[in-house]
Ligand binder design. Structure first.
Ligand SMILES: [Zn+2]
Length: 319
């Protein structure tokens, strides 16, 4: 008998990652193709469908049951439409789901990239065993994805889960979204670098004073912390505290069991995660605060692909 497999597709501004995944989360094969965002979206979907055909042909005894797509941008999950994405400006109101379903003859489900990464970690990564989970992705932006009662949670019009825009300070730093005091304004890349710039006044001899302030990246801060630099350690500790304090809002509101932290900035590891854990515990109410845990993400940049495939299996009732 043929084994059922799901294709996961992770659409980014430069590459589209594509893989075949079993319902147990095993990646049978994967590859990537260029996104070619200057071409119509339909061309990318045709090349993706052909790639899935090729991957299936190379596997013996596999039957494609469904496809999940994660993409940057705002989406309509039920209709499978990508409304728009800042890093793919020519693609607007693209019916990804319908086009790909016509090409492959199986159900296709679409979701945004932060969500599919969360579903991947929930099903096959650091979220395993929890039913109430928040995934936080730390990078230039701060993404979020929520699983409640074992199900993906997106809110009324698929716009929920935006942990990056939970409010931290009524009169705080201005966020990329235009509002004041969002957690992203403090723990996103720009926020970390702002903390470094302000901290250099107090620590003029920091290793970070030797890096060109135009080119400084969070990885420079992690490396300096690893060398014992007081400013770098202080900035990462403060970043972790901001994160943990913001997480306490989610713990108190939703009684989540598990927080999974991924994204490039999370590579700073315990320099951020330990103070985040401690602040989250200290600032949550006692009962929900006692059970909540915080773990680093496990799946790296495969999370979106396997999460998209998991969503397809979940939707088909195969789990
Ligand atoms: Zn914001």
């Amino acid at each position: 008998m043929k084994e059922h497999v799901y294709a996961g597709i992770d659409v980014g501004g430069t590459f589209v990652k594509i893989g075949l995944v079993t319902k147990d989360g095993e990646v049978l094969s994967k590859t990537q193709i260029p996104s070619q965002i200057d071409q119509p979206a339909k061309n990318m979907l045709k090349r993706a469908a052909q790639t899935i055909h090729d991957l299936l042909k190379a596997q013996k005894n596999c039957k494609l049951k469904g496809v999940g797509i994660g993409t940057a941008g705002a989406v309509n999950v039920d209709e499978g439409i990508l409304y728009e994405a800042p890093n793919m400006p020519d693609w607007k109101n693209e019916p990804f789901g319908e086009i790909l379903s016509d090409l492959l003859g199986v159900p296709v489900v679409l979701d945004n990239d932060a969500n599919v990464a969360a579903w991947g970690e929930y099903a096959y990564g650091a979220g395993r065993g929890s039913k109430y989970m928040l995934m936080v992705t730390l990078g230039t932006g701060v993404g979020g994805g929520l699983v409640l009662d074992g199900k993906p949670f997106r809110g009324a019009i698929d716009a929920g889960g935006e942990f990056g825009h939970v409010k931290l300070d009524f009169n705080g730093w201005v966020c990329a979204c235009g509002c004041k005091g969002c957690v992203e304004a403090y723990v996103g890349t720009r926020g970390i670098l702002r903390q470094v710039r302000e901290g250099l006044k107090k620590y003029p001899d920091s290793l970070l004073s030797k890096v060109n302030p135009e080119n400084i990246m969070p990885v420079d801060v992690s490396m300096a912390a690893n060398e014992g630099d007081a400013l770098a350690i202080e900035v990462l500790r403060q970043t972790g505290e901001y994160l943990g304090y913001s997480l306490a809002n989610v713990v108190n509101l939703l009684n989540i069991q598990r927080v999974v932290v991924g994204g490039g900035v999370a590579k700073a590891g315990d320099w951020i995660l330990k103070p985040a854990f401690d602040a989250m515990k200290a600032d949550s109410m006692r009962v929900p605060g006692e059970i909540v845990d915080l773990l680093p993400a496990e799946l790296g940049n495969s999370a979106g692909l396997v999460g998209a495939a998991w969503l397809s299996a979940f939707r088909s009732g195969d789990l």
